[in-house]
Design a protein around this ligand. Structure first.
Ligand code: ZN
Length: 138
């Protein structure tokens, strides 16, 4: 059952306990209330999305490409969108992510470099494991 219908039924139940309502009344009450609640929530989310940023999430996603990252402030491309560059726009990388709705912790690095780094990390972790295994007493 959808969330709004549940809420509407709860409210109808409360109404029915304080005044006499026919089955038809209750059904109508629930139907109109559910629709109203749905409208309210829908318009809320639309507002939030449009005020957060003027760019679509697609555009933001496309800014981080295989071989380059595009600065959404000035449109220039880099391998790494550095703190130094962002400071030219008066932004920190945190502020930049927030402004464009980029997920927290997303590296502002082109995908190829991210993969390279991940590989390096994995190899390092493998070495770490091997070292620990050697140290383990028998
Ligand atoms: Zn820039």
């Amino acid at each position: 059952m959808d969330e709004y219908l549940k809420q509407a039924i709860e409210l109808a139940r409360a109404q029915a306990s304080v005044r006499v309502m026919s089955e038809e009344d209750i059904a109508k009450f629930v139907a109109t209330l559910a629709a109203k609640l749905r409208d309210l929530v829908d318009s809320d989310t639309v507002c939030l999305e449009t005020t957060a940023t003027t760019l679509s999430t697609e555009e933001v996603k496309r800014s981080i490409k295989e071989k380059s990252v595009t600065c959404l402030e000035c449109g220039k491309s880099f391998k790494i969108l550095s703190k130094k560059h962002l400071s030219l726009h008066g932004l920190t990388s945190e502020e930049y992510r927030k402004k464009y709705g980029i997920k927290k912790g997303t590296a502002l690095i082109c995908k190829a470099l991210v993969r390279e780094r991940r590989k390096k990390m994995e190899t390092m972790q493998l070495w770490e494991k091997r070292r620990k295994l050697k140290k383990m007493p028998k």
